[in-house]
Design a protein around this ligand. Structure first.
Ligand SMILES: Cc1cc2nc3c(=O)[nH]c(=O)nc-3n(C[C@H](O)[C@H](O)[C@H](O)COP(=O)(O)OP(=O)(O)OC[C@H]3O[C@@H](n4cnc5c(N)ncnc54)[C@H](O)[C@@H]3O)c2cc1C
Length: 297
């Protein structure tokens, strides 16, 4: 099934990046279609307090208000999962059987966190189980913190957390292959080290501790994990887009256009920082660039 209309721009993903782009394009009176499958990462952010003018707001509220705002400027918002994007004379965006056409595409489909398999994790995710120092480091200030990880990056995270937020840190590492100098650094910083595999978060209303596979219980009030994420980019597999040296993040120019002419990529899919305000700013920059190019057309 093909909708014959050629949109000026199709935006994939209604997170802060896609919604901000949609609002700009709507206010240029451009034909914009926003396709979103729902349940993105911003929805997990229950308490955002680093967004200008918002002392505290939930990610869900940002998304809901953003969709209402985009619709008020005549952006069409559709629920659907984009499965494929190709380019012929124009872009063709597929959601299963349905095909949509557009002159430009903004990809703002975000990323998917690798989370450890621990009982009760989702009960506390976003309130006292955190995954990002920039987002929630502040909320661990002076609290009893456990950091869970499986790489040397977790040691750096623990040292940074101690410097800025709390002196009471236990690092639980899955693997004991930790070089001696790292163990020494942790000891110097008074960061407790436990090698083990967490299985359950303890506590009914608030976190009271973390239980490990061997039965050991580590007392804590907040937990931070560090296992990275994967990109929501499967639908871009038809393109051979340029990525960074690790073959992971997409390379974009100053307007967030990828190596494919007319295809923009905003938010944590590119090499920028993973923050609501940054994804939104990138969405605005991409939309302004597309405005100029539509005028040239
Ligand atoms: C627990 C948690 C707490 C956080 N706290 C903060 C904070 O306090 N401050 C802060 O600045 N940042 C915070 N972040 C980070 C913030 O959520 C991200 O920076 C932000 O989500 C990036 O926005 P985005 O628009 O790129 O992607 P997202 O918000 O992830 O939105 C992407 C959207 O695209 C949709 N999508 C994906 N694939 C497809 C597809 N194939 N077809 C259609 N739709 C698709 C998804 O369902 C989703 O709706 C937090 C993240 C988490 C997980």
């Amino acid at each position: 099934m093909t909708e014959e209309k050629i949109y000026d721009c199709i935006i994939i993903g209604a997170g802060p990046g896609g919604l901000q782009a949609a609002i700009y394009l709507g206010r240029y009176n451009r034909d914009a279609l926003l396709i979103d499958r729902g349940g993105g990462r911003t929805q997990h952010a229950k308490h955002i307090e680093n967004f200008l003018t918002q002392k505290a707001i939930s990610g869900a509220e940002i998304i809901q208000k953003g969709i209402e705002q985009a619709r008020s400027f005549n952006v069409k918002v559709e629920r659907g999962t984009v499965t494929k994007v190709i380019k012929k004379n124009q872009f063709e965006v597929y959601t299963g059987e349905k095909r949509y056409l557009s002159k430009f595409v903004i990809v703002s489909s975000g990323v998917y966190d690798h989370l450890p398999q621990i009982e009760n994790l989702y009960k506390f995710l976003g309130t006292s189980f955190f995954t990002c120092i920039d987002c929630d480091g502040y909320r661990t200030t002076n609290k009893k913190l456990v950091i869970i990880g499986n790489s040397l990056k977790s040691v750096h995270l623990a040292v940074a957390m101690r410097e800025m937020f709390t002196k009471d840190i236990t690092l639980v590492l899955y693997s004991d292959k930790l070089p001696a100098e790292y163990r020494e650094e942790l000891a110097e910083e008074n960061i407790r080290l436990i090698i083990g595999r967490p299985v359950k978060i303890l506590g009914a209303e608030v976190i009271e501790g973390l239980e490990l596979e061997d039965g050991q219980k580590v007392e804590c009030e907040v937990i931070m994990s560090h296992f990275g994420y994967k990109l929501n980019d499967g639908f871009l597999s038809e393109f051979n887009l340029k990525r960074d040296r690790k073959g992971f993040k997409f390379i974009v120019n100053n307007s967030y256009e990828s190596s494919m002419n007319g295809l923009y990529i905003v938010g944590p899919l590119n090499q920028g920082n993973d923050q609501v305000v940054i994804a939104a700013g990138e969405g605005a920059v991409a939309a302004i660039d597309i405005k100029k190019r539509l005028l040239e057309l």
